[in-house]
Design a binder for this molecule. Structure first.
Ligand code: HEM
Length: 135
């Protein structure tokens, strides 16, 4: 296995999961802001993080993961990778919801928290699958 690509993969997945974790928490924090200028400023910063950090690094994470999967023959070594890809789709779905929540000024806090906790749990399950390879 290429250690360079594995390093790139681990770095990029840390950034993907870390960005989503902080972005979803920042949506919860934004609900406490009162001034319209503060709210617009927070939304602007979050939208730029989404566009210039989250999406590009997600592409690197998926491309390096795909390379590793081909390189190691992981697609034919049990079902863990298949379930990891299912969880990846759910994670990307949570990321999409979080992106929508950035611009929603009337967002109920419980929905923002659900996305935040969902991101944490799905990412934890993905990391468990790849480290333990239980199936
Ligand atoms: C954000 C999404 C992802 C997360 C959180 C994630 C997580 C991880 C982690 C933590 C490792 C390091 C395992 C270790 O060396 O102990 C890893 C390795 C790996 N990942 Fe990902 N990954 C993601 C996306 C993908 C995708 C999309 C694919 C394939 C299409 C993939 C395929 C692999 C493969 C084949 C390995 C090497 C596993 C091995 O043989 O030890 N990953 N991933």
């Amino acid at each position: 296995m290429s250690t360079f690509i594995l390093t790139l993969h681990i770095l990029s997945i840390c950034l993907v999961v870390g960005t989503l974790f902080v972005q979803s928490l920042a949506v919860v924090f934004r609900l406490r802001l009162k001034g319209p200028q503060q709210i617009t400023g927070a939304q602007w910063v979050q939208a730029r993080i989404y566009k210039f950090i989250y999406y590009p690094i997600l592409v690197v994470a998926v491309a390096s993961g795909y390379y590793l999967a081909i390189d190691t023959g992981a697609f034919s070594q049990g079902k863990w990778l298949h379930w990891k890809i299912v969880l990846l789709l759910i994670l990307v779905g949570f990321g999409f919801l979080n992106g929508k929540q950035i611009n929603n000024k009337e967002l109920p806090k419980i929905l923002a928290m659900m996305v935040h906790i969902g991101i944490f749990l799905v990412a934890a399950a993905m990391i468990y699958l790849v480290v333990a390879k239980p199936i």
